[in-house]
Design a protein around this ligand. Structure first.
Ligand code: NAP
Ligand code: MN
Length: 266
């Protein structure tokens, strides 16, 4: 029996397959003398796809003191380390305390608008667009230094974990998740005699803050945080950073390279 992980909670997607899987997972873990509890658990397990994993971490307010793992039930499941068939591996590693974990960087964002300051945490990304999907004009700064006068449909700012999600669809690069980077991926940047914006992604290290400074006349924004949409009017600035905050993900034999091949190319 593990000395560290003694109890668990399941975070289950709302479909039949996930619910059935959850019953099996609970039975197998309880047979191995782990206890199902509703609070103060050592291990949080998402059953479903990547959306379920993101929801679980959000529901735990990105708690740095517990372990997270996901069991995939059929969708892409890039963040999901295990399948139902791998439960024996999980049990064995828990019994002998031989599991490994990786630290994932958390993105923290502050949105300042005329009315309020709002704070968000994310595991994948934030996306900043005009709330009517009009062209956006804003300055982009990194640690208070001007990078560009941006014009285009918006900017996606992704962690390394999020690099294989929405970021990839907008032509961003894949980044190994043991880096704790932010990636600025422009969405349809304008480039002409009048406007010039970077066309490609820029990857920056942890602890550097990206600031978006909207031009005064067009500052109503739709900001999407790990897939959840928020509308703000009169945004003054948005600051986003990956600093020291991390969550712990249990990691099994999966090599990152194998995973990219399996999930995207095979
Ligand atoms: P969703 O619409 O099911 O997500 C779209 C796809 O992205 C799904 O196949 C999902 O996997 C996958 N995904 C999510 N996080 C990933 C990651 N870190 N690495 C690789 N793939 C990942 O919505 P959702 O499940 O609630 O996930 C929210 C995320 O979806 C957002 O944070 C955003 O990154 C992504 N998204 C992508 C697009 C796009 O690519 N056009 C559009 C909207 C949102 P599952 O199939 O296992 O859920
Ligand atoms: Mn999903």
């Amino acid at each position: 029996m593990s000395n560290i992980i003694k109890n668990f909670k399941l975070f289950v997607n709302e479909n039949e397959k996930a619910k059935m899987t959850a019953l099996s997972v609970q039975r197998v873990l309880e047979d191995a003398h782990l206890k199902y509890v509703d609070s103060n658990y050592d291990l949080a397990i998402a059953i479903g796809g990547d959306g379920s994993f993101l929801r679980m971490v959000r529901e735990n307010d990105f708690d740095e003191n517990i372990y997270y793992v996901g069991i995939n039930t059929g969708t892409l499941g890039f963040l999901q380390e295990l399948k139902l068939e791998d439960l024996d591996l999980l049990i064995q590693n828990l019994k002998e305390d031989t599991y490994k974990s990786v630290s994932l960087g958390i993105q923290e964002t502050k949105v300042q608008s005329e009315k309020e300051n709002r704070y968000f945490k994310s595991l994948n990304e934030i996306v900043i667009r005009n709330s009517h999907l009009d062209t956006c004009h804003f300055d982009v700064q990194i640690d208070e230094r001007l990078l560009e006068h941006y014009a285009g449909d918006g900017m996606l700012i992704s962690t390394s974990v999020g690099s294989t999600a929405y970021n990839l669809s907008f032509g961003g690069s894949i980044v190994f998740d043991d880096f704790h980077t932010l990636q600025l991926t422009p969405i349809a940047p304008l480039n002409s005699k009048v406007y010039s914006s970077l066309r490609n992604s820029l990857i920056i290290p942890e602890n550097k803050t990206v600031t978006i400074l909207p031009k005064n006349r067009e500052n109503d924004f739709l900001i999407t945080v790990d897939g959840c949409n928020y509308i703000f009017s009169n945004v003054k600035r948005v600051d986003t950073v990956v600093n020291q905050k991390r969550i712990q993900l249990l990691r099994f034999s999966n090599q990152f390279v194998d995973k990219v091949f399996e999930k995207f190319l095979k």
